[in-house]
Design a protein around this ligand. Structure first.
Ligand SMILES: *[C@@H]1O[C@H](CO)[C@@H](O)[C@H](O)[C@H]1NC(C)=O
Ligand SMILES: *[C@@H]1O[C@H](CO)[C@@H](O)[C@H](O)[C@H]1NC(C)=O
Ligand SMILES: *[C@@H]1O[C@H](CO)[C@@H](O)[C@H](O)[C@H]1NC(C)=O
Ligand SMILES: *[C@@H]1O[C@H](CO)[C@@H](O)[C@H](O)[C@H]1NC(C)=O
Ligand SMILES: *[C@@H]1O[C@H](CO)[C@@H](O)[C@H](O)[C@H]1NC(C)=O
Ligand SMILES: *[C@@H]1O[C@H](CO)[C@@H](O)[C@H](O)[C@H]1NC(C)=O
Ligand SMILES: *[C@@H]1O[C@H](CO)[C@@H](O)[C@H](O)[C@H]1NC(C)=O
Ligand SMILES: *[C@@H]1O[C@H](CO)[C@@H](O)[C@H](O)[C@H]1NC(C)=O
Ligand SMILES: *[C@@H]1O[C@H](CO)[C@@H](O)[C@H](O)[C@H]1NC(C)=O
Ligand SMILES: *[C@@H]1O[C@H](CO)[C@@H](O)[C@H](O)[C@H]1NC(C)=O
Ligand SMILES: [Cu+2]
Length: 555
């Protein structure tokens, strides 16, 4: 009898739980928008006439339904960066990986559940370089009446860092693939779409937040820039990191944050400085010996009631090549215990993947080369006639092959500058790694010095992964294995692999589908720095990918 009562109570609690989840609906009209962030007016592609696009707010457990109407002149897809898409791979979004593009004039409805995730994520276009202006925040709050695992902030603000060109970004991507292409450096960085006071013609167009003295604020910082990692600082204030990539961290207090494209960082800010105005500012952490946009974007933190008329105080940002500061930040973060799944201690699949740059041949003429990028010397080519997930689901051959190598084809002194002698024309292919359902995977990413070393932010779709260790030089499986943090390793969806170094990640392949893994510098993705995992179905209906929604775009 008592047992039956308990069952009843439990069932009631479960029902109450389910009832608190909502279906959150949005419509994205994606079309032309005329903006003038710098001195000239330009037409860009944007969502609902906003730049950045709308902020989506949900609670853990909700269902999100976004009806995307493509009124732009370009093929379009939207990716929900960091959302695990458990059994909803059809909604992930990378073009020709999980879907064909939404053609101009067409629409597609993305539908997925927010399961076991809380914090700051974002959404962006995942085709060509359209994400330069097609992006916005995706904030996952705790369920109703559930607290944050830190002091309740008085208010919260998304701080979205962007990158701006006085040019059409679709043309820029095409240009980046030309023989001998140089990367077209951007004209500005932005905070919530605005460049800030240090740019020409940008006066009166600076993002501002107002704070009350003594209160605590949560800033949800997102790096939506295309091709640059960014340092972020606020004059006169320390920041306490409480989350990265929608995973809670042990509180970590710092005066500077660094984010690679794709990454997010939640920080608490206590407004305890002398009332006045303070700049928040971002500029690059740049590791490659190539030209980059070295400008600084700013926004203003203003204390309410301050009568000071002095110019805002400017923070001193790290040097562009300050790798020790970046590495200290990236490697010091640890996961808050009690959140997220368990670290797999047994590893089924060991992979060692080189990441770096190279060249590829333009055509039959061997003297014509253009930039290329690769993983294990395989430069990734997107299909053009069908998405990989559709090919996988329907058993269509010829779209990809499952022979992505577990180790590099050539063992060499990866980070020795003389590795540049190994530059040769890398071949294009669509090679994936096949994984059994629920297998555990450990990957060592090793940067190479072919052409030059560089920090590459590697993003994995469909999973969060544990970061066990990171360092410089060549990875050594004996000495470096002893550095692994198996106690409270940080979890992420995007890892900035140290310049001329390595990083080790681990995850459980518990989500059937096709999942892209790629450099989140769009220029490197365009050059082929990617591969994908094909994860088989599990033994039960609840571990089997359902059929695609009826409105999935066709090629
Ligand atoms: C959108 O902008 C593009 C490029 O400026 C232009 O070619 C196109 O005609 C515009 N489309 C609409 C519907 O205004
Ligand atoms: C600044 O912009 C606001 C809103 O667009 C406008 O009302 C105001 O007049 C502008 N101020 C100056 C000095 O241009
Ligand atoms: C920031 O933290 C450092 C180290 O704890 C401390 O020395 C410094 O005074 C703090 N700065 C501010 C503005 O609170
Ligand atoms: C933090 O980073 C510094 C510099 O890289 C390093 O010496 C220190 O051991 C790190 N601390 C933790 C807890 O990771
Ligand atoms: C091959 O390409 C090079 C560089 O683009 C060019 O100078 C040369 O004329 C081409 N040769 C042929 C046979 O097309
Ligand atoms: C990469 O592949 C190309 C083409 O097969 C080959 O010539 C080259 O030696 C390979 N380079 C490395 C570093 O594996
Ligand atoms: C250059 O690379 C080769 C092969 O990787 C290696 O044997 C040699 O020691 C390197 N030379 C120097 C100066 O590091
Ligand atoms: C997958 O692994 C998890 C964690 O070990 C386990 O709880 C679950 O039962 C496994 N599922 C299957 C179908 O093997
Ligand atoms: C590293 O060592 C582990 C444990 O000894 C082994 O299982 C794994 O295959 C090795 N990994 C590589 C990349 O050599
Ligand atoms: C848009 O997508 C369709 C369908 O895959 C494709 O045929 C077409 O070439 C694409 N257009 C562009 C400009 O890439
Ligand atoms: Cu890269």
């Amino acid at each position: 009898m008592a047992r039956a009562m308990w069952l009843l109570v439990c069932t009631f609690m479960v029902l109450a739980f389910v009832a608190s989840a909502d279906v959150v609906k949005h419509t994205f009209r994606v079309g032309n928008l005329t903006v003038k962030p710098l001195c000239e007016e330009r037409v860009v592609v944007a969502v609902n006439g906003q730049l950045p696009g709308p902020t989506i707010s949900v609670r853990e457990g909700d269902t999100l339904v976004v009806h995307v109407i493509n009124e732009s002149p370009y093929n379009l897809t939207i990716h929900w960066h960091g959302i695990l898409q458990m059994l909803t791979g059809w909604a992930d979004g990378p073009v020709y990986v999980t879907q064909c593009p939404i053609l101009p004039g067409n629409s597609y409805t993305y539908r997925f559940n927010i399961i076991k995730q809380q914090g700051t994520l974002w959404w962006h276009a995942h085709v060509s370089w359209l994400r330069a202006t097609v992006y916005g925040a995706l904030i996952i709050h705790p369920r109703e009446h559930r607290p944050y695992p830190f002091i309740k902030p008085h208010k919260q603000f998304p701080i979205i860092l962007g990158e701006w060109w006085n040019a059409n970004v679709v043309d820029l991507e095409d240009e980046s693939r030309l023989p001998g292409a140089a990367v077209h450096v951007s004209d500005a960085y932005t905070i919530n779409g605005r460049p800030g006071d240090l740019y020409p013609c940008a006066n009166n167009n600076t993002y501002k937040i107002q704070v009350a003295h003594g209160k605590t604020y949560l800033l949800r910082i997102i790096n939506a820039a295309l091709n640059n990692e960014l340092f972020f600082k606020i004059a006169g204030h320390n920041l306490t990191v409480v989350g990265i990539d929608a995973l809670y961290t042990d509180p970590y207090t710092t005066d500077v944050v660094v984010l690679a494209p794709g990454q997010t960082t939640g920080v608490l800010l206590v407004a305890n400085a002398t009332p006045g105005s303070y700049y928040m500012a971002a500029r690059p952490y740049a590791t490659a010996p190539i030209p980059f946009d070295s400008t600084t974007t700013t926004a203003i933190l203003q204390y309410k009631g301050s009568t000071s008329v002095a110019a805002p105080l400017m923070p001193v940002l790290p040097e562009f090549n300050d790798t020790p500061t970046a590495h200290k930040f990236y490697s010091n973060i640890t996961a808050l215990s009690g959140w997220g799944s368990e670290l797999p201690l047994h590893v089924d699949e060991h992979m060692f993947i080189t990441v770096g740059l190279g060249l590829e041949q333009c055509g039959q003429n061997a003297t014509c080369t253009r930039p290329s990028a690769s993983m294990n010397n395989a430069s990734f080519q997107l299909p053009t006639t069908l998405s990989m997930l559709q090919a996988h689901f329907n058993g269509v051959q010829g779209i990809f092959t499952d022979d992505f190598p577990d180790t590099p084809p050539l063992v060499f002194d990866y980070t020795n500058a003389n590795a540049s002698q190994l530059v040769s024309t890398t071949l294009k292919s669509t090679r994936v790694k096949r994984l059994a359902y629920n297998s555990t995977v450990e990957i060592v990413f090793q940067n190479t010095a072919i052409l030059s070393v560089e920090n590459h932010p590697i993003h994995l779709h469909g999973f969060n992964f544990f970061v066990l260790a990171q360092g410089f030089g060549n990875y050594d499986n004996t000495t470096h294995r002893s550095m692994f943090n198996l106690v409270n390793p940080q979890k992420r969806n995007t890892i900035a692999v140290p310049v001329g170094g390595w990083a080790v990640i681990r995850f459980r392949a518990n989500n059937p589908g096709v999942w892209l893994m790629h450099c989140h510098l769009d220029v490197h993705l365009s050059w082929g720095l990617a591969t994908a995992f094909v994860v088989d179905n599990g033994p039960t209906p609840s571990s089997t990918l359902p059929p695609p929604p009826p409105d999935l775009p066709r090629c």
